[in-house]
Structures are given as structure tokens and as C-alpha cells.
Write a protein that binds this ligand. Sequence first.
Ligand code: GLU
Length: 509
Amino acid sequence: MNKEVRVRFAPSPTGGLHLGGVRTVLYNYLFAKKLGGKFIVRIEDTDQSRFVPGAEEYIFDTLEWCGLIPDESVRHGGAYGPYRQSERKASYRPYAEQLVASGHAYYAFDTPEELEKMRQEFKTADNPSPQYDHTLRMQMHNSLTLSAEETAALLAAGTRHVIRIRMPEKETVSFTDMIRGQVSFDTSLVDDKVLLKADGMPTYHLAVVVDDYAMRISHAFRGEEWLPSAPVHILLWKYLFGMEQMPQWAHFPLILGPSGKLSKRDGAKYGFPVFAMNWTDPKSGEFTEGFREKGFLPEAFINLLALLGWNEGTEQEIYSLEELVQKFSMERVHSAGAKFDYEKAKWFNHEWIKQSGAGRLEAGVRNLLTENGLTVSDDKMLEKVIELVKDRCTLLPDFVQQAGFFFRRPEQFDIAAIKPKWNEAKQLFFAELIRNYELHPDWEAHTLENNFKEIAAANELKPGELMLPLRIMLVGGKFGPGVFEIAALLGKQETLKRMEICLGMMNNE
Ligand code: GLU
């Protein structure tokens, strides 16, 4: 049977989206698009205590920025909605009750005090945090230890209760992970997880299975941190749906920082969220910057994420999203953790800036310049400036330094850099150059350069020694593209003005 490919990203709106989360989205997306399938985003908001207002918006804004547009979601609609679990609340209890009826789950009436007592009473050196599991369940307050009448009476009285899965003892649950191959678990080691909470909301475990079934998910891909939950999910698939329609699983490896696991400190340093959040992230603290604010292009961000755990088996490193869709394959996703290297991330961005046309970069650069108090009135000029300096920019804010002096005369000139080698001959040379340039007819870079060299030769001066002073005069500092290109773009009036200012400064030294 050829099933339609339907994958889902199922975030809980509890914080920002970080590297790992977006990579999960990306691999889901690439897999679905390659096979002509659908990419669904389902908001898993059943844990209301962890809900962060604004987080859902943030998730969708992030996907949009990355260009990973869902086919179905809260924002995009679709035939399998609602796509927010809290709005599907009523659909879960019947499944939990079905599990109780078939003996795979039970009602548990334990109060928080009783649970705490259990933890204290059964705590041993070997087992410092005892779990509600097959070893203890028969000593607790639940429908397995109470008579049918007692249970019915408690339920009829509306007593607070949860529904727990009854994990089988000494069974092996296995499944084939598309990345890891056969994975097996001993069910005796897994606790009796709550499936339905006292407030009637399902837990993640129940909801994820019920919804993957209801939404006809064909492949469930998620981070490795969910691997320990897999046996619970597999059993639920078996008990509720007889394995019919169970998706194929893949658990993506962790993304590691330079020193192992990605730490909060690494995040603060490298801006791991995709962009700044306007709340304090409960998991990772406050971030004022993400990749977007640091000046990454979404194309570069996607490209570097794709290669954090996957490669095509060639030397190629630069891929557009379209190309990734064609080339991505789950077989080439690594099972070992991928190391995130910020310097390499910047390399990707630099490559993308270099290969992007001015048209692609213009809006972002213009915003940055404006934010920094620079006015861009001439679009053509901006385009030329971008083309001229983009190879020198690794992150977008680099354009402020590299392009700023085209739009505003420097406030300071690094005169100290020229002073030690300044002399009368150079003073005369520049005075003559100004006179020559004043009469210059076409104002093209190569003719400006020719005149410069001719006058230098006539004065028996080395052009190399005159280049730095000219650069300082036009740019203010020791950086920037070819100095005659700069002069050509600045135009005659502004070039001469800057030269005169600096020459005046040298005279007064
Ligand atoms: N709601 C889970 C999360 O927040 C989804 C895990 C899964 O994809 O099964 O990541």
C-alpha cells in the first residue's frame, strides 16, 4: 500500500525554538517535500502549567523566517484540525477509558501526599527516586487495589483521579528506527506513566499517539530525547490501534556544543534561539539575541542546520533549500551527535552573503543602516555598495561598518596611522592629486587610479605608500574594498571634501 507521506512537527509552546528544534523541523520538511508529502505542525499544549504566552506565535514566525512553511497547522488550516491539542481535549478520554476497559490502564486516586509518602517510604540507596511502576502499583490507591465497587463509588463521587498505563512486566518492546535500526526496551524498567490527568487533559504520551493516528501521520521524526518514551508510545499503538497505521519512527541525534552538550552558556554566547524572545525562556534563561539578530541569513541558517547531522556523501557544503529537498535522505542522517561549531556557522553565512545578489541583501542592509542612523537615499548607490563590500561581511551587521562610510562622512579619521610616515612630499602629492581630481572628467575607478599613479611616478613616490593615506582619507580607517572603487562611488565632490579635511588635519598636526 502506498500511503501518503504525512509528517509532523509537534512542539509544546513552552519557549523559543532552538537549533535542535529547527533541525527537527527541517528534516521533517525535507523528507516530506522530497516525497511529495505533507508537513504538519501540531501544537502540543496539554501541559498548561508550562504554557508560555507568545511561544506559539514565535514558533510560526520562526518557521516563516526559515521558509519552512507548513501545509497544515493552526495558522495554515487543513482537514485534520484542530491542530492545537487543548482544542481536541474531548477526544482523548474515550481512548483512556478504552485502555482501562481492556486492562491496559487503571484509575489512580493517589493524592499528592500519598505519592510523596510512597517516594519516602520506598526510597533506598539503590533506588533514590522510586517510581509508580509494577513493583509498587499494588501498594497504591488505584483501581487495581480497590474493588470494582469501591472504584465505581469513587468515580461516581467525582474523586480526583488520573489514568495510568499498566506497563507489562518483562516484555520486550522493539521497533525499527529509521536512523538507529532495531531498538528494544525492557518494559519492566518503564513506569506506569499518567495518560490522562486529573483535569481531564491527556498527557503528551496519550495525546501524541491519538493525534498521530487521527492525523494519519506516516512518519514520526523527533529528537533523541524522546527515545525513552518510545516504548510507551509503541504499546499505546498496539493497545489502541492494533499497530495499524503506526508511523515509522526516527529519533535525531543531539546537537552537541564545542564541549559536549549544548549548554546555556554556549547559547548565550552564540545565540542558539532562532531569534530573540520577548519573554524569559524557562529552559534556557533570557536571550536578547538569536541567529536572526546576530545577522544570519535564513538560507545560511537552514544550510548549516541541514549539515548538522546529515551529509550527502560528497564534498559539497553549500545547499539551497530546493537542493536539500532533492538530495536529502534519511539513510544519510548520522546516528551520532553532531557538533555545533559557531565559527563554521559563520562560514556558511559568509558564503551565502557572497553568493547573494545585492537585491537579496538590500532590505536587510538598508534596515541595519537606518537603525544605525544612516540615511540611504540612492537605491542604485546602495546596490553598488553592497556588491562592492559583501565579500567582506560575515554577518549582516558587518555591513554597517563596511558600508557605513559611503553614506556618512567619517567622524574620525585614523590620522595616527599615517602620521609616522608623513612628509612634505606626500603633502604636495595629495595637494596635486586634489587639483587633478577636480578637473577629472569621467570619475571612473580605473582612470582615478591611473592619474594617481602618474602623479606618484612624476613625484618619484611609491604608489603603495600613498594608498593607505588615501584610504584613511576616504574611509576613516584601515579597511574597505579597493580605494579607487570607493572614490568612484563616493563621487567627486565627497571624495575631494574628505581629502581636503584630512589634508587640513595633517597640516595642523
Ligand atoms: N511535544 C513534544 C515536544 O515538545 C513532541 C515530541 C514528538 O515529536 O513526539 O517536543
